[in-house]
Design a protein around this ligand. Sequence first.
Ligand SMILES: [Zn+2]
Length: 67
Amino acid sequence: MPIYEYICRDCGSEFEELTLSAEEKPDCPACGSDSVDKKLSAFASCSIGGNFNAGSSQANCGTKGFT
Ligand SMILES: [Zn+2]
């Protein structure tokens, strides 16, 4: 199940959501706004593959998920 990171356009709050669909947009937990932008999480980058030899990306893989 993918984890998506979002940033709120209204208050700038960043948060993560587990979503069933890439089209799904959650509301900001801080202010309730639905004006959120999706960011690509480190977890998703690792899942795609090809970044395991990219130095800092590898470090992110080790510290995020896969437990
Ligand atoms: Zn907000």
